[in-house]
Design a protein around this ligand. Structure first.
Ligand code: ADP
Ligand code: TYD
Length: 208
């Protein structure tokens, strides 16, 4: 537990079903009378949503990996200060679609070995991780197909293609072992309802 609230993040490759499951979990918890803040990264606060446009739109070579670490961490700091930390202090449940594990993967591993830089900046500027991280595991080809079929303009990372998604999947599974105390891995290659039942069980077990 962080403060009095509960901080839950969803992680996984693009198209794995994080947003769908985060939304369903928030709805189910609200129906059970819990006070829930549903949020996402990059974004989740006004300033961080502005940074989101900078990092998710445009050419894939727009930013170096190092610059991306700074941009994602700046967005996260604003989101943490203005939304996440106050909600946890107020005793709310925070459900966040991606958090720092995404930076550990996409910037720390995706484009070279920059994990050390990600971790240093994280401990300097963020200094906290979720109480529970739900990793939705999915075949990268299936995930990319789902993500691209959504359309829209936020395709900068999807344009890195299936090889990045494959390395991200393996990286996330390794991260789940590294942080085994807070990670739970759920098979995302099933019907939305079946995945949601597993997510609900896992969260139920962690509730105070
Ligand atoms: P993410 O947030 O991980 O990128 P989304 O929740 O946005 O994934 O899902 C990507 C797309 O796949 C959406 O169109 C969503 O409706 C669909 N989808 C999500 N979960 C499943 C599932 N278990 N089976 C089939 N389609 C799914
Ligand atoms: P998101 O909107 O969650 O994409 P999706 O729904 O397709 O999973 O995130 C957009 C992209 O941002 C995604 O490809 C991963 C990337 N990302 C990073 O590279 N680093 C980060 O720290 C975060 C939070 C996201």
């Amino acid at each position: 537990m962080s403060g009095q609230g509960l901080f839950i993040s969803f992680e996984g490759i693009d198209g794995s079903g994080k947003s769908t499951q985060a939304r369903r979990l928030a709805e189910a918890m609200r129906e059970n009378g819990r006070d829930v803040v549903l949020t996402r990264e990059p974004g989740g606060s006004e300033g961080a949503e502005e940074i989101r446009r900078l990092v998710l739109e445009g050419d894939k070579d727009r930013w170096s990996a190092e610059t991306e670490i700074l941009l994602f961490t700046a967005a996260r700091r604003d989101h943490l200060e203005r939304v996440i930390a106050p909600a946890l202090t107020a005793g709310q449940v925070v459900i966040c679609d991606r958090f720092a594990d995404s930076t550990r993967m996409y910037q720390g591993l995706g484009r070279g070995d920059l994990r050390g830089a990600v971790d240093q900046l994280h401990s300097l500027m963020i200094g906290r991780d979720p109480d529970l991280t739900v990793l939705i595991d999915l075949d990268p080809g299936v995930g990319l197909g789902r993500a691209l079929s959504r359309g829209g303009t936020e395709e900068r990372f999807e344009s890195f293609g299936e090889s990045l998604q494959s390395r991200m999947r393996a990286g996330f599974l390794a991260l789940a072992e590294e942080f085994a105390d807070r990670f739970v891995v759920i098979d995302g290659g099933r019907a939305i309802e079946a995945v949601a039942v597993d997510v609900a069980c896992v969260v139920e077990a962690r509730l105070p």
